[in-house]
Write a protein that binds this ligand. Sequence first.
Ligand code: SF4
Length: 404
Amino acid sequence: MAAVMRSLGIDVEVVPPSDARTLELGGKYSSGDECYPLKVTLGDFLRVLEQPGTDPKKTAFFMVSGQGPCRFGQYVHYLKWVLKERGYGEVTVFHPSTEYGYSDFGEASDLFTRGAWRAIVSGDILLKLLLKTRPYEVESGSADRAFEESLEELCRVLEISYPNDKAQMAAMKECLLRARGSFRGVPVRFDTQKPLIGVVGEIFCRLNDFSNRHLVRRLEEAGAEVWMNDMAEWIWYVNVDQFRMLKLHNRQVSMEALGAHIRNTIQHHDEHALLEMFREDFRGYEEPKHVREVLECAQPYLPWTGVNGEMVLNVGKAIYFAHKGLDGVIDISPFTCMNGIVGEAVYPRVSRDNAGIPIRNFYFDGTQSDLERDIGIFLELAKSYQRHKPWPRQMPAAVRAASA
Ligand code: SF4
């Protein structure tokens, strides 16, 4: 995302990785009642302002927003308030919102939206390649190396300002083909008994290793493989929700609806163009053709027309994962997260209705707990489920070729 903004001529940097100072600053300006991601993002932003030479007048923070049912919509207001309190009132907070499918970027909306979407899809692809390769690598660190190098190259490609969309797409495809080659070149030794664990949950905590205490890596070290929910899925959900809202307000025939339809069509086209090159690599790891498939899975528990937010996706995806032959599902959530709590209330029924697949919430709030012990117990349940699960897992192409 930062690289895409740089391509528009904006001087953008990703906030440095969170650390102890993040929690110290975030904790100083929050009471503990707020969600953990607020504390982390607030701490990270304040840490940026502490860096020598930072000029508040020339600083803007990017923080997406929304009017969903949970506390997320309050982050921006809280951040602005804290900045003002601390004497940083001149800092700009830029907050595109879910109601417009994150397309409220003024003049640069089209350029940003398209570039950002391609960046998200490509980022998902790289993460997927990493997660399906790393648990089986022969030489420790080789999958991480392939990932880091590919990500750096992708960012270099994305920060170029191309004469048109086609030129950008061509450059991205070349870059991703090289990434594919790098990952295919990582020597691996597959183990068909390794449990495959689906990871759903609150988007920030799920994707921010610091916040989830490197849960994915720990699961891998404990002998599992992880299939993480895509970031793109959230954007598809936001799009569906935008149409739901348009219908609710009787604005299906409007310029806004037309714009949303066009954006949706372009996004499908771009996603297909990028993913198509990975059809073989992702055999057995196919995402649903449409996010509605996930919403339909969640329908008996949390009907998406009445329930709003990540909880619907998490419950729906847990069921999708069960049917794809996964051996367990973990929901990563910040402590007291509304989505996590609702999901936790529903999961026992979801598990019962789906052959008893183990589903467990892992909550995080920056404090220590015996994560290794909890992971160990969960993986024992997953292995036991693996022995009698009704849905077989489709093995990756390399495994099938080796056993042919
Ligand atoms: S999703 Fe959960 S953690 Fe995030 S803002 Fe909403 S309630 Fe808080």
